[in-house]
Structure formats: C-alpha cells, structure tokens
Design a protein around this ligand. Structure first.
Ligand SMILES: NC(=O)C1=CN([C@@H]2O[C@H](COP(=O)(O)OP(=O)(O)OC[C@H]3O[C@@H](n4cnc5c(N)ncnc54)[C@H](OP(=O)(O)O)[C@@H]3O)[C@@H](O)[C@H]2O)C=CC1
Ligand SMILES: CC(=O)N[C@@H](CCC(=O)OP(=O)(O)O)C(=O)O
Length: 344
C-alpha cells in the first residue's frame, strides 16, 4: 500500500483528490492537512464524506512525516518548502499548483512575480502530462501537475505538432472553464448572481498559463510555438472546453489528421478521439479522467478546428495527479480512475 498524504485537503482540488483516492485499492490515506481546519473532521466541512471518511485534518508537518507520497494542493508560491522536505527524506511529491511546471525561472518571475528559492529542486521537476511524458514520470520524484487549461490544449495539439502538420507557429486558442477552476475562495467574478446566466472572457492574452502552454507546445514541435490564449468563465461548476484554430500545411488532408490522431491516441485509455461529425462536450467528461477531442475541418480556408474537453478538477487536477502517482509507482495507470461521466 502506498502511504499517501494530502496538503491542502480543504481546497477544491485537495478534496477532489481525497474523493478519488478513497476508491484506490493500492492507497492508504495516512494524513490529510488543512491550514484552517486542523483538529476537525473533513466530513464536518464537506458532508459528502460523513461516515465514509471522518479523518481529522492535521498540520502540514504531520502529513509530511507520516506519508511517503505527498500531494500538495496549495496556491502557487507555497510548495517549494514541502518539495524540499520530500526531496531530503526520499519521499515522492506531486504539486497540483504551478510551482514546478515552468522550466525557466525567468518565466516564473515574469508571470507569477516569484523566484525559485530552491533552485536545485527545479532540475528534478518533471512536467506531469502523462500521455506525453510517461517515461520521465516513471523515474521522477517531483512532479509539476499540469494546469487545467494547458492539459486540454496540449493534449489537443500533441499529434499535430509532433507530426509537423501546422503551417504556422502561432495559434489562437479560446478556452472556457467552470467556476471551480477559480478555487473555493470567494470573489466578485465567481459570486453566483454575477456569474450565473453570464459568460465572459477574462485575462485576455495575459493569463498565467500562457508560458506553460507555449513551453510544452514548443517541446512537442521542436520549434518556438506562440499562442494567443483567451480564457472564459462558464456559469457551470466543472469542465473545460478549449477550441483551437490551426492553419494546415498545404499538402495535408483532413483525412491525414484524423488518421494521425487515432494512431497517437487509440491506445490511450483516457483520450477519446470522437468520430468525425461528433463534437466534444464537457457534459460527457464531467467527473471523469477523460479528455475528449473532436476534429473539424473548415474546407473554405483549409483550417483545422480542434475541440478538447476535460473536467478541470479531474483530468485537469486530481485525476491527472493520481495518474502520475500510478505511473511513478509502476501500477496500472488507470487504477482508481475508470469512472464514466453521468449522461445527464
Ligand atoms: N480548481 C482547479 O480546477 C485547479 C486547481 N489547480 C491548482 O491547485 C491548487 C489548489 O487549487 P484549489 O483547490 O482550486 O484552491 P482552493 O482555494 O480551493 O484551495 C486552496 C487550498 O490551499 C490552502 N492554503 C491557502 N493558503 C495557504 C497557506 N498560506 N498555507 C497553507 N495552506 C494554504 C487552503 O487551506 P485552508 O482553506 O484550510 O485555508 C486550501 O486547502 C492551486 O495551485 C491551483 O492553481 C490546478 C488545476 C485545476
Ligand atoms: C476559472 C478560473 O479562474 N480558472 C483559473 C485557472 C485554474 C487553476 O487553478 O489554475 P492551475 O491549473 O494553474 O492550477 C484561473 O484562471 O486562474
């Protein structure tokens, strides 16, 4: 059994991890940590756990000492010290935040206004995009779990970039996220009367996920890739829909694209390339670890439109983190993650 601990269990992504890990046969949850709820049962705060998991929330130090595999689900800028402890004590560490995703400190400084204080740790970090970096993840001890928007976008573009089927190196991407993406803290934008029956873009071409998206797409393409990324806030709890517009090389047919996507993804349990004509819809990935991708062709302008959908809390956070753990421990990658979305 893997002795697992969660730091930040009182947050949305942390408590989603707890919900999923309770169904994982190879995991023993030995400690859960919450800054504001220490000494209280988690079921007091989140009643869906009543009688199922009434574990008492402990301090972050308790989690670090008791567990061998530590998940941190905290606002960015807080995880380095936990990763340092894990590194010094031969424990594995998966960060659901953004502190171990960017290769260049300069990008972290520019987009997060923070420095890397434990620089040597960042040489060990592996970007936990499971379907792409599986071999590196197997050997890793520190994982930067990908951001929710970047997960939907990078998986959507991977086969195309790997095969060099794009004409240009600049993509326009618009993504829409449910409000749980913003976490549990109250804000004007996510207040019910404000976001309900509304729909609007935010942080247009300035969102902090932009360097992460460009970094990973550039690695896939072995070339510099640039994006104009515009996120939107959807008045639903969960789910992300990313729509990506691509100019295709002149000699590429739409049928080539379909073939390549199936070649890359048909063996991947969590990635479903939909039949031509179907449109990926967040309803059918909610509460699941699937990423659904649909491919569409604008024949008038020889453009490809990729629609990629995930549940931001599962494939975009807790589910992908567990998939990473499964790979690190060399157990079946789908373990604890085979749930299917409700149909309505
Ligand atoms: N929501 C999402 O869809 C996704 C979130 N993430 C990332 O996961 C991380 C957590 O996000 P999310 O769960 O949404 O956020 P929440 O705001 O819901 O939760 C934040 C958690 O961090 C804890 N926390 C806050 N400040 C401190 C502090 N100074 N010291 C210790 N603990 C602290 C909170 O504890 P307490 O409440 O007890 O004070 C809470 O458990 C973030 O980095 C986020 O970017 C990643 C992918 C998707
Ligand atoms: C709707 C919403 O507000 N979404 C968040 C992104 C989700 C998130 O938590 O970001 P990470 O994946 O980097 O952890 C935002 O725009 O900041």
């Amino acid at each position: 059994m893997i002795k697992v601990g969660i730091i930040g269990v009182s947050g949305y992504a942390g408590v989603e991890l707890l919900r999923l890990l309770l169904n994982h046969d190879d995991v023993e949850i030995v400690s859960i940590g919450a800054r504001s709820y220490q000494g209280q049962p988690i079921s007091e705060m989140y009643p869906s756990f009543y009688g199922i998991c009434d574990m008492i929330c402990e301090s972050d130090d308790d989690v670090l000492k008791k567990a061998d595999m530590i998940f941190a689900s905290l606002p960015h800028g807080l995880s380095e010290k936990y990763a340092k402890y894990c590194n010094d004590h031969q424990k594995k560490f998966i960060d659901l935040g953004a502190d171990f995703r960017l290769d260049k400190e300069q990008d972290y400084q520019e987009w997060y206004n923070l420095d890397y204080n434990e620089k040597e740790l960042h040489h060990k970090q592996v970007y936990g995009l499971c379907e792409v970096n599986r071999d590196k993840i197997k050997e890793a001890t520190i994982i930067g779990n990908p951001g929710c928007y970047p997960t939907s976008i990078t998986l959507g573009l991977y086969p195309l970039l790997k095969e060099g089927m794009n004409k240009n190196n600049h993509f326009i991407i618009d993504s829409k996220s449910g409000t749980t993406g913003a976490g549990k803290s109250l804000s004007e934008d996510t207040h019910f009367p404000r976001c309900n029956e509304s729909f609007h873009p935010y942080k247009l071409a300035t969102h902090r996920h932009t360097p992460e998206i460009e970094q990973e797409l550039s690695k896939m393409a072995h070339d510099d890739i640039h994006v104009t990324f515009v996120p939107h806030l959807l008045p639903v709890n969960r789910g992300i829909v990313s729509t990506i517009y691509v100019d295709l090389k002149d000699d590429i047919q739409f049928s080539d694209i379909i073939k390549i996507y199936h070649d890359y993804y048909d063996q991947e349990y969590f990635i479903r390339v939909l039949k031509t004509g179907k449109v990926a819809d967040l309803k059918f990935v909610k509460y699941s670890n699937f990423c659904d991708i649909s491919l569409h062709y604008d024949k008038r302008y020889h453009k490809l439109i990729i629609v990629s959908t995930i549940d931001n809390m599962v494939k975009g956070a807790a589910g992908q983190a567990i998939q990473n753990m499964n790979i690190m421990y060399d157990i079946e990658e789908t373990k604890g993650l085979k749930m299917v979305s409700p149909s309505f």
